[in-house]
Design a protein around this ligand. Structure first.
Ligand SMILES: Cc1cc2nc3c(=O)[nH]c(=O)nc-3n(C[C@H](O)[C@H](O)[C@H](O)COP(=O)(O)OP(=O)(O)OC[C@H]3O[C@@H](n4cnc5c(N)ncnc54)[C@H](O)[C@@H]3O)c2cc1C
Length: 106
């Protein structure tokens, strides 16, 4: 909430568990997004962790529950979720995919 003149003056919080709407005074807002892994597009084809992230099935690698499918980035990272970690895991997934293809090549 706020005005052009005053800027942010408060926030109105809507409960997702049925509690009454709450208004708090605030002079600023930090919008935190990205806390829920975006996995709906998978349609249940990959195993997930109990918190809804793509489950990696081999320690320190990007393998998933489906052979030949590799997971990188925040969607498979419950712990760090930082840009440099996501980028590095993308490189790992590419290498894992290359090795998978070489090993299965006829
Ligand atoms: C508010 C905020 C602040 C942050 N600050 C920092 C920071 O200071 N330092 C830091 O290192 N990290 C920070 N992060 C974390 C960083 O943004 C992430 O770790 C990083 O972006 C993860 O990269 P990613 O490629 O895994 O996912 P994303 O960057 O989320 O990229 C996933 C992409 O996939 C696309 N996508 C989703 N579904 C589909 C689909 N079905 N088909 C095609 N495309 C699809 C999305 O549109 C998106 O472009 C911050 C994150 C947030 C939310």
């Amino acid at each position: 909430m706020g005005t052009d003149e005053a800027g942010v003056t408060g926030v109105r919080l809507a409960s997702v568990v049925g509690e009454p709407t709450l208004e708090l005074e605030a002079a600023g807002v930090f919008v935190a997004i990205g806390h829920r892994p975006n996995v709906a597009f998978l349609g249940g084809q990959l195993e997930l962790t109990e918190n809804g992230f793509i489950k990696r099935t081999v320690p320190f690698r990007t393998d998933t529950s489906v052979a030949g499918v590799f997971a990188a980035g925040d969607v498979a990272d419950e712990r760090y979720r930082q840009a440099v970690v996501a980028a590095a895991s993308g490189a790992c997934a590419a290498l894992d995919a290359e090795r998978f293809l070489l090993a299965t090549e006829n």
